[in-house]
Design a protein around this ligand. Structure first.
Ligand code: HXC
Length: 516
C-alpha cells in the first residue's frame, strides 16, 4: 500500500530536524573531538530511553538578516529519559546552530523541561556548549536567560540540577550552571567565562586565551566554580550518573539504600595507628575516609580547590552520605575563607536532598591573619555555622585529632544539632592549642620565671594533659563517646541506621538570611 503523504511529510521533517546546523558544521564539531547534542544525550541516558520534545521549534528570522535559513530545534535538543531506571529531564545545546546560543525559543524549550522536571520531582540535566546570549536577538535573549535563572533559583533544593560544560560557555551559559547543584567540566574542552577573550581584548586591551581565562584548571583549582572534571565527554557524562546515584530524585524522597558488598562490620586495624603521636605531624585524612566508607564509593567534590577541606559523596553500609572533613596534610587542616565556602555549599546541598552528613574533624581552627580578616573570614565562617545549624539531616561527627576553638564549634559540634559525636583517643578538644593557651593564661608567670622557655613548656604540658584529650570533653558530655579508630565504620553505620527516620521540622519562615 502506498504511504500516506502526511506520514511521508512527517518523516521528511523529522529527518530535517536531525540535521542540526548542517553536515559541514557537524563535521567541524566532530573534528574538534566533540559530539553533537543528540550523540551526547544518547551517551548519557540508559539505552533507548530518550524521548524528544519540541523538535520542530524553529529559530526565528533575525532582525539583522544574518540567518540564511531557519534551523529546526533552534540550537537545543530537549526531552526526557532514564538514568539507572529513574526518570530525568535533559537539554543539550547544539553548537552547530548559532554556536548553541540562547534565543527566546531556545529558552522556551529549556524552561519547558525544567518545569516538567520540577512538576514530576525528577532531576534536570543540562549539557552546555554555547556562546551565551544570541547577539542578534538583542534584549529578547537576555530576558530569555532571566527566565532560566529564575527557574534555576526557584527549583533549587527541590530537584537536583546538574550542568555538564562541553564547550565554550560564555555569559549566561556560565551563570545558569552557577545556580545549579553541580558543574562538571571536560579538560581542555570546556571554558567558562562571563566575557570571552575577544570582549576582554576590546575593553581592556588584555590578550588572554580561553584556557587561561576560564579553563578546567582555573575553575577546578583557583575560582572554585566547577565541582568535577573529566578527561573526556563520556567520562564527564558518567560522572553525572554517579553523582545522581547518591541523591534522591527530589527533596521529599530519601536517597536510595544500596545493599553494600563491603562488610558493615569491617574494622580497619590500620586506623588505630594512623594518627601520629606527635600532634604536629600530619597524616592523610583521605586515607581515613577511604577506609571507613564502602570500598570505592567516595566521589570527592572540588578535589583541587581549598584542599585543606575535603567534601564528597559516598556510601557507608549502603547509606548515601555527604562527607565533610579537614585534610591535616594541607595547611594543617586550618579553616580559611575558601574552605568555609566549600564546606558550606556542600552541607547545604546534602541537607536539601536528605543526604546525612558525616564530619571528620582535625583542625587547629580558623586561619589567623590580616588577609583573612580583611577578606571577611567572619562572614564566610558564619556561613558554615549557619549551614550546619540549619541542616536537619542526620549528622554524625568524628573528632580524629584537633578540634580547637572555632573548629570544634563550627565542624558539626553537638551544640549545632549534631546527633552523634564520637572522639578518637587522639582527639584534642580545647579552646586553643596548648602553647597558645599557656602564653595567654600564664603570661606573667612565664615572663618572671628564671627560664621562661622551660616554664612555658611545663605549663603547656600541664594544659595539654588536662584539656588536650577527649576525656575532659567526654566528662562534660561534649562528646558522646570515645571510640577506637578502627570501630568508626560500624559505629557510623549503626548511628545512620538509628537516625534513618529522624524527624526535625524547622520553624516556619519565608527563608533564612544566610550571610553570603
Ligand atoms: C550569536 C554566535 C554567538 C553569539 C557564537 N556565535 N557566539 N551567534 N550570538 N553570542 C556563532 C558564530 O557566529 C558562528 O556561527 C558559530 O556561533 C560558532 O562560533 P565561532 O566563533 O565560529 O566558534 P569558536 O571559534 O569555537 O568560538 C566560540 C566562542 C566565540 C568562544 C563562543 O564565538 C565567542 O566568543 N562568542 C561570543 C561569546 C560571548 O562573549 N558571549 C557573551 C554573550 S552575553 P556560524 O554561522 O559561523 O556557524 C550574555 C549575557 C547573559 O550571554 C546575561 C547573563 C547575566
Amino acid at each position: 500500500m502506498q504511504e500516506d503523504p502526511r506520514i511521508l511529510e512527517l518523516r521528511k521533517m523529522r529527518a530535517k530536524a536531525q540535521e542540526g546546523g548542517g553536515k559541514d558544521r557537524i563535521e567541524k564539531q566532530h573534528a574538534k573531538g566533540k559530539q553533537t547534542a543528540k550523540e551526547r544525550i544518547t551517551a548519557l541516558l540508559d539505552p533507548g530511553t530518550f524521548n524528544e520534545l519540541e523538535p520542530f521549534i524553529t529559530s526565528p528570522v533575525d532582525e539583522l538578516g544574518l540567518a540564511s535559513e531557519a534551523f529546526l530545534g533552534d540550537g537545543v535538543v530537549t526531552g526526557y529519559g532514564q538514568i539507572d531506571g529513574r526518570t530525568v529531564y535533559v537539554y543539550a545545546q547544539d553548537f552547530t546552530i548559532y554556536g548553541g546560543t540562547l534565543s527566546e525559543m531556545q529558552s522556551h524549550k529549556i524552561c519547558r523541561v525544567m518545569d516538567l522536571s520540577m512538576r514530576n520531582g525528577v532531576p534536570c540535566i543540562g549539557l552546555l556548549d554555547s556562546g551565551g546570549a544570541r547577539i542578534q536577538e538583542g534584549v529578547k535573549a537576555l530576558g530569555a536567560y532571566a527566565e532560566i535563572f529564575r527557574r534555576n533559583a526557584q527549583y533549587s533544593g527541590v530537584v537536583p540540577q546538574v550542568s555538564v560544560m562541553l564547550g565554550p560557555c560564555a555569559g549566561g551559559a556560565a551563570y545558569s550552571p552557577a545556580l545549579q547543584d553541580l558543574i562538571i567540566m571536560v579538560e581542555k574542552q570546556s571554558f567558562m567565562f562571563l566575557t570571552g577573550p575577544e570582549v576582554i581584548k576590546a575593553v581592556t586591551g588584555e590578550i588572554i586565551n580561553s584556557e587561561a581565562l576560564g579553563g578546567t584548571d582555573v575553575h577546578m583549582s583557583i575560582s572554585g566554580v566547577a565541582h568535577l572534571a573529566a578527561p573526556s565527554e563520556q567520562a564527564a557524562l558518567d560522572l553525572v550518573r554517579q553523582f545522581l546515584s547518591y541523591l534522591p530524585s527530589n527533596n521529599v524522597e530519601n536517597p536510595t539504600f544500596r545493599q553494600p558488598s563491603d562488610d558493615p562490620m569491617r574494622m580497619d586495624e590500620h586506623l588505630n595507628h594512623i594518627v601520629p603521636i606527635d600532634p604536629s605531624e600530619p597524616y592523610i585524612m583521605h586515607q581515613v575516609i577511604e577506609s571507613i566508607v564502602d570500598k570505592g564509593t567516595f566521589l570527592e567534590i572540588q578535589p583541587n580547590w581549598a584542599r585543606n577541606a575535603v567534601v564528597g559523596l559516598a556510601r557507608i553500609g549502603g547509606h548515601s552520605v555527604g562527607i565533610v572533613a579537614q585534610e591535616p596534610a594541607v595547611m594543617a587542616g586550618v579553616i580559611d575563607i575558601d574552605a568555609s565556602d566549600k564546606m558550606t555549599r556542600f552541607v547545604r546541598m546534602c541537607d536539601c536532598f536528605n543526604v546525612p552528613l558525616v564530619t571528620f574533624v582535625d583542625s587547629p581552627g580558623f586561619l589567623p591573619g590580616v588577609a583573612q580578616e580583611h577578606g571577611g573570614i567572619i562572614r564566610h565562617g558564619a556561613k558554615l555555622l549557619y549551614a550546619y545549624s540549619e541542616a536537619t539531616v542526620p549528622k554524625v561527627t568524628v573528632i580524629t585529632r584537633k578540634a580547637y576553638g572555632g573548629a570544634y564549634v563550627v565542624m558539626s559540634s553537638k551544640y549545632l544539632g549534631t546527633d552523634v559525636t564520637y572522639a578518637w583517643p587522639s582527639a584534642e578538644i580545647a579552646v586553643l592549642g596548648a602553647e597558645g593557651a599557656a602564653n595567654i593564661l600564664f603570661k606573667k608567670q612565664i615572663e618572671s620565671a628564671a627560664d621562661p622557655a622551660a616554664e612555658r613548656k611545663r605549663l603547656a604540658a600541664d594544659y595539654r594533659a588536662r584539656f588536650n584529650n577527649p576525656y575532659y570533653a567526654a566528662s562534660t558530655g561534649d562528646v558522646d563517646d570515645i571510640i577506637e579508630p578502627r570501630e568508626s565504620r560500624p559505629k557510623i553505620i549503626a548511628a545512620l541506621s538509628a537516625l534513618r527516620d529522624k524527624f526535625a521540622p524547622a520553624p516556619p519562615r519565608k527563608h533564612g538570611n544566610i550571610p553570603v
